[in-house]
Design a binder for this molecule. Structure first.
Ligand code: NAI
Ligand SMILES: O=C(O)C1=N[C@H](C(=O)O)C[C@H](O)C1
Length: 251
């Protein structure tokens, strides 16, 4: 049984991970960490370094500013970490990169298998369509999401640029634009409203035709399930930085 500490345990995703773990014989939540220390079915702490319970892995669905201290505490405890939090700054990402030299860290802006399949499809399309098609990404999320654009949208855009001969320049929204779209642009647009779980559309707009490749999350459980699978994967890895690609490859 894999013993888990949830960082961000009182959040929307933290509660989904706890629910899914409780329904599986493979996982046990031994403690949670959150700045909101409302009680749950396991001990809740405000700081990972204060957790007394023995664990095998930390799963993080929190807030970007909370991640560096969590990672440093996991390093002290020699605990592998699954990082799902998005909106991380370069400085915060560097803390993760440095720590991954000593502990295994799994990081993905999207833990769903579906989005990672979408990324593979989009990369294949981009290779073929890169000359004559304009590429734009539209992401839609609930009205409580704090970061924009989504980490998934940025992950998709980066994946596209990995396969292009000429890299695209990201353009975030166009309200300041008073000029024609340049061919080297990749537009990224964020829609916020209601309880939208997470939608991503990649549009390839050509002359007289448009190709759209999209993913729509119907519940947060797809992310929680993916994070638990990532936890099962990461506890057997050497120090390093791992992604959904490594997990999908493992099968
Ligand atoms: N990689 C993936 O598949 C997914 C990633 N996410 C990301 O996960 C993060 C959390 O998403 P939600 O659960 O919807 O957000 P949320 O706002 O419901 O939960 C975040 C939790 O973190 C806690 N928190 C915030 N600052 C903290 C701090 N400094 N120290 C300790 N705890 C702190 C909050 O109190 C809250 O309980 C976001 O960055 C979101 O983009 C969300 C869904 C899927
Ligand atoms: O905040 C969310 O809800 C989500 N955030 C992630 C992101 O920023 O890509 C993943 C998913 O789309 C849900």
């Amino acid at each position: 049984m894999i013993r888990i500490i949830i960082h961000g345990c009182n959040g929307k995703m933290g509660k989904v991970v706890a629910k899914l773990a409780a329904e599986s014989p493979d996982f046990k939540i031994v403690a949670g960490v959150d700045k909101n220390i409302s009680p749950l079915d396991f001990p809740v702490y405000s700081d990972l370094k204060d957790v007394k319970e023995e664990a095998d892995v930390v799963i993080d669905f929190s807030y970007h500013e909370a991640v560096p201290d969590m990672v440093k505490a996991a390093l002290q405890k020699k605990l592998p970490v699954v990082i799902a939090t998005t909106g991380l700054s370069e400085e915060e990402l560097n803390v993760i990169k440095d720590a991954s030299k000593e502990i295994p860290i799994f990081k993905s802006a999207n833990m769903s298998l579906g989005v990672n399949i979408l990324i593979n499809l989009v990369k294949e399309a981009a290779k073929i369509l890169q000359q004559d098609f304009d590429i734009e990404i539209i992401e839609k999320h609930h009205n409580m999401k704090k970061d924009a654009p989504s980490g998934t949208a940025l992950m998709i855009a980066d994946s596209i640029n990995q396969v292009l001969n000429d890299k695209k320049e990201y353009v975030y929204g166009r309200h300041t634009k008073t000029e024609q779209r340049k061919p080297n642009e990749l537009g990224i647009h964020a829609v916020r409203g209601g309880t939208i779980v997470g939608e991503h559309q990649v549009i390839f707009a050509g002359h007289d035709e448009v190709i759209t490749i999209s993913h729509s999350a119907q519940s947060r459980e797809i992310f929680g399930y993916g994070a638990l699978q990532a936890a099962k994967f990461i506890i057997n890895q050497k120090p390093g930085l791992y992604t959904m690609e490594d997990l999908v490859k493992k099968g």
